[in-house]
Design a protein around this ligand. Structure first.
Ligand code: MN
Length: 235
């Protein structure tokens, strides 16, 4: 049987050293840094023992914007916010069942840095009404992402930080040790809800300092010393 329409274009992310990474799904973690949870008016857990369950949402695979490409200011909002985030790329399908913490590393292909762009006005309205976040989070061009760096080239991930500058001014910066759920924790938790597969990307949540982007702004997101993502918001 042949397709009755043209096949959609597969979203792909370039990989350092050559090749591309085809994207299957994009999972995102909400409220993974206590200082960001507080700035959004949420209660931050006092300790890991009090952290409850992580908040997850998703973006479509074709929301990715490759490093250096322009990001059109989205329709339907007047409050586009940046959220710089570590991105974890999975290169192996998870075995059936809940993934033990010690088994999570074996799934990881590599790391990158991305922006979880957010229509903050729509998110605030959705939260207030108890409605889903989809239109606030999963829109076209909402996931700028760097090239991916194979995991073997990233020594001591948890010693790194994430940083975002806009027009040369630092807006966000935090060490990854500030994450409430680290990468093994998140893959373990996701595996309770979804069958994780090669091609999945996980945006790991943002630290404080989220703020508005305007047409004409240029941004640089960094996994410090490892990889950057650059782009310009166009009007
Ligand atoms: Mn986020």
């Amino acid at each position: 049987m042949s397709d009755v329409i043209s096949a959609p274009v597969q979203a792909r992310v370039p990989v350092r050293g050559g090749g591309t990474f085809p994207v299957r799904r994009i999972y995102c973690v909400g409220r993974n840094f206590a200082d960001h949870a507080r700035e959004m008016g949420a209660t931050a857990p006092a300790s890991k023992a009090d952290r409850g369950n992580p908040t997850f949402f998703a973006k479509p695979a074709d929301a990715i914007v490759i490093d250096g490409a322009d990001v059109p200011y989205p329709t339907g909002t007047s409050d586009l916010h940046h959220e710089v985030e570590l991105v974890v790329a999975l290169g192996t399908d998870a075995p059936a069942g809940v993934l033990p913490l010690e088994a999570t590393d074996a799934l990881i292909y590599g790391y990158g840095i991305g922006l979880d762009l957010t229509r903050r006005d729509l998110q605030a309205a959705a939260k207030k009404a108890g409605l889903p976040w989809d239109t606030a989070k999963g829109f076209d061009h909402s996931a700028p992402i760097s090239e991916l760096v194979p995991a073997a080239q990233v020594t001591d991930l948890m010693a790194l930080g994430v940083t975002l500058t806009v027009n040369g001014t630092q807006r966000q910066h935090a060490p990854l040790t500030d994450m409430i759920w680290d990468v093994p924790d998140i893959l373990h938790e996701l595996s309770k809800l979804y069958a994780l597969k090669a091609g999945d990307l996980v945006f790991m949540g943002t630290p404080s300092g989220v703020a508005a982007l305007q047409a004409g702004d240029t941004f640089v997101g960094s996994l410090d010393g490892v990889v950057d993502v650059r782009g310009t918001i166009t009007g």
